[in-house]
Design a protein around this ligand. Structure first.
Ligand code: SAM
Length: 232
């Protein structure tokens, strides 16, 4: 179960709302029962239910079950997509092991607002489902130009380019170290954006094959290829 409270031995955690309903009514947790908790940064902990009320529970953390996980240093930079697709993308980014999701507004981005709380909830749920104890960071929506302007040259920027580039697997296997994958919006990048991306130090255009993939498919495919190339 994910909790916002930072966890360590002896921490008392109050559980309310939907999580209390889940533990109390669905799981029929009783005083003394064990519950596994994670806070997204400090690994996984064993807690014990101390008080079980109608609407809330108090759990006390006993011991660490798993140390904080080593997260592959891969960011996913993607243009926001329509609701169902961006939710799917956030979920898959978490499952596939991305460390940070950056949403970058491009000229052809059709979505102007993103509900970060909803996306974070999807990533937490995905982490619970896939056994991840580290929830990816989620950056505030920023303009692509600003993201590129502040780019750290030490982080390779793999620009997924449907018009062609180095084959993704070979390109990613040839370079080690911190990396990011950039995926465009459904309408693709403008000519000016393409030039701006290519001008970023450390940017590498990569191809995911001859077919034009939807942005969410391209994101999942590129992240999977990077993980396979990195052995993660
Ligand atoms: N410009 C295209 C068009 O409208 O015909 C479509 C863009 S595609 C739907 C969305 C994004 O997915 C692209 O900007 C690119 O980053 C990525 N993408 C899709 N297919 C790809 C491929 N075969 N190789 C690399 N990237 C791809």
């Amino acid at each position: 179960l994910f909790v916002e409270t930072p966890l360590s031995e002896g921490t008392a955690v109050r559980i309310e709302g939907g999580q209390a309903h889940y533990l109390g009514t669905v799981m029929r947790t009783k005083a003394g029962d064990p519950v596994k908790l994670f806070d997204g940064v400090s690994g996984e902990w064993l807690a014990v239910a101390e008080h079980v009320g109608k609407r809330d529970l108090t759990l006390v953390v006993r011991e660490q079950l798993r140390a904080p996980e080593t997260v592959p240093d891969l960011w996913l930079v993607a243009a926001p997509l329509k609701k169902g697709r961006i939710d799917w993308l956030a979920e898959k980014a978490c499952e596939l092991g991305v460390a940070r999701l950056v949403l970058a507004e491009t000229r052809r981005t059709v979505v102007d607002r993103v509900n970060l709380d909803r996306l974070r909830a999807h990533m937490i749920e995905a982490a619970e489902q896939c056994g991840r104890t580290a929830v990816p960071d989620l950056a505030d929506l920023a303009k692509l130009s600003a993201v590129l302007r502040e780019w750290d040259a030490g982080r390779t920027l793999y620009f997924a380019d449907e018009t062609g580039g180095e084959p993704a697997f070979a390109a990613m296997q040839a370079r080690k170290g911190p990396a990011a994958i950039l995926i465009g919006p459904e309408g693709g990048f403008t000519v000016e954006e393409r030039e701006a991306v290519r001008a970023v130090p450390g940017a590498v255009g990569v191809s995911l094959g001859p077919r034009i993939l939807r942005a969410d498919t391209a994101a999942a495919a590129a992240v999977s290829v990077w993980m396979a190339a990195a052995g993660d």
